[in-house]
Design a protein around this ligand. Structure first.
Ligand code: 3HC
Length: 335
C-alpha cells in the first residue's frame, strides 16, 4: 500500500465480469484478487485492453518529457535545472518500464512506437498544452503529477503483475515530482506580486486539463460507456475515472490553500453531506477535441517525437549491431 492509496472501494457494486471465453484459471486468479503473469492463460480482450492502456501510458511518459524539457535551458538556477533534468529523465525511465511491461504481452516496442507515430495509439491529453512560463513547470509538477499519482497508485494493485510492479517505482518517483512542483509554486506564491501572479496564471491554465486527465465521465447519467466497467471487473482499474477525479479535487483544494493560490472554479465548496468538495462539471468537449488531435500543441508534440525517433535511428542500429556481435561471440565461445 502506498502513501496516496485509499482502501475504501467504490460504494457501487463491482461490475460482474462477463465470463464469456475466460479460462477457468484466469477467473480463479481474478476472483482471488491475485496477479496474472505473462505465462498465465488470459482472454484476448484482457490482453488487448492491457496493451492499449500500458502503451498509451508509456507514450504519455515519453511525450510528457517535452513540455518540461522546454524549460531545462531556462530554469532560473543551477539547482532548479539539475532537479528538472532529473525529473525529465525519470519520465524517460517510466516509459522504459512501461514498454517493457507491454512487451510481456507479446507486442514489440517498435510496433507500439509506430502506432503512436501513425496516430493509431493515443497519449495523454494533458501534454498537448503549452508551457508558457517557469510557473507552468511548478503547475505541472503539482497538478499533473499529482493527478498522475491519484490515478496510478491504485494501478500498483492492477491484476496484471508486470504492470503493477512497474507502477510501484513509477509512483515513488511521481511523489517526488509532485513535491518539486509544489515547492516551485510555493516559492513563487510567496515571492513578489509578479511571481505570485505568474503562479496563479499557471494554475488557472492547468486546473481543468488536469481534471480531464482522468478520462471521460464514467458514472451516473453522464457515463460515456467507455472501458471502465470491464476494466474494473478484470481488476485492471480499481476505481472509476469520476471517483479518482473527486479524490484529486479533495486532495488538492487544501493544498491550494496552503499555497495561497485559488483554483479557477467558484463552485468549489465543501459538501458536508457527501464528505467531498463540490466542483463544476468538466468540459469533456475540450477533452475529446484534444484527444482527436485538435489541442493547442498536438501537431508540435508529434512532429518533435517523430523527428527525435528518426534522428535516433543510428543509435538503435548501433545497439542492435553491438548486441548481435556479442551474441555471436558468446556462441563462438560456447562451441
Ligand atoms: N487523454 C487521452 N485519451 C484519453 C484520456 C486522456 N486523458 N482519457 C481517456 N482517454 C481515452 C481512452 O484511452 C479511451 O480511448 P479508446 O477507447 O479509443 O482506446 C477513451 O478515451 C475512453 O476512456 P476510458 O476512461 O474508457 O479509457 P480507459 O479505461 O483506458 O481509462 C485512463 C483512461 C484513466 C487514462 C486509463 O487508461 C489509465 O489509467 N491509464 C494509465 C495512466 C495513464 O496513461 N496516464 C497518462 C498520463 S501519464 C503521466 O501523467 C506521466 C506523468 O509523468 C505526469
Amino acid at each position: 500500500m502506498y502513501g496516496n492509496d485509499f482502501t475504501t472501494p467504490d460504494a457501487r457494486p463491482r461490475p460482474t465480469p462477463d465470463a464469456g471465453d475466460e479460462p477457468a484459471t484466469f477467473r480463479a486468479i481474478i476472483g482471488d484478487d491475485g496477479r496474472v503473469e505473462p505465462r498465465d492463460e488470459m482472454p484476448e480482450g484482457y490482453r488487448k485492453t492491457l496493451v492499449r492502456q500500458i502503451a498509451q501510458h508509456a507514450h504519455s511518459e515519453i511525450i510528457g518529457m517535452q513540455p518540461e524539457g522546454n524549460w531545462i535551458s531556462r530554469a532560473p538556477s543551477l539547482r532548479r535545472k539539475a532537479i528538472l533534468m532529473a525529473k525529465v529523465q525519470d519520465e524517460a525511465g517510466h516509459g522504459l518500464y512501461l514498454y517493457a511491461a507491454a512487451e510481456t504481452l507479446g507486442v514489440d516496442r517498435a510496433d507500439l512506437l509506430d502506432a503512436l507515430h501513425e496516430g493509431r495509439q493515443k497519449y495523454s491529453s494533458i501534454f498537448n498544452y503549452p508551457t508558457l512560463t517557469w510557473a507552468d513547470v511548478g503547475a505541472i509538477g503539482w497538478l499533473v503529477d499529482g493527478a498522475a499519482i491519484v490515478n496510478q497508485v491504485p494501478l500498483c494493485r492492477c491484476s496484471y503483475g508486470p504492470y503493477a510492479r512497474a507502477m510501484v517505482r513509477v509512483c515513488k518517483e511521481e511523489s517526488f515530482h509532485q513535491r518539486q512542483g509544489f515547492e516551485i509554486l510555493h516559492t513563487l506564491s510567496h515571492g513578489s506580486a509578479a511571481q505570485k501572479a505568474m503562479a496563479q496564471d499557471a494554475v488557472n491554465r492547468y486546473w481543468w486539463p488536469s481534471l480531464m486527465m482522468f478520462g471521460p465521465a464514467d458514472s451516473g447519467a453522464d457515463d460515456s460507456r467507455g472501458h471502465t466497467a470491464q476494466s474494473m471487473a478484470w481488476g485492471i482499474k480499481r476505481f472509476s475515472n469520476d471517483d479518482l477525479r473527486q479524490r484529486f479535487v479533495d486532495m488538492t483544494v487544501p493544498q491550494s490553500e496552503a499555497l495561497g493560490l485559488t483554483l479557477p472554479d467558484d463552485a468549489i465548496a465543501w459538501n458536508e453531506e457527501r464528505g467531498h468538495y463540490d466542483f463544476s462539471p468538466v468540459d469533456f468537449t475540450e477533452l475529446f477535441e484534444v484527444i482527436r488531435g485538435n489541442g493547442p500543441c498536438n501537431a508540435e508534440r508529434m512532429a518533435h517525437r517523430v523527428g527525435a525517433h528518426e534522428d535516433g535511428a543510428w543509435v538503435r542500429e548501433a545497439a542492435a549491431a553491438y548486441a548481435a556481435k556479442q551474441q555471436a561471440r558468446r556462441e563462438e565461445g560456447a562451441a
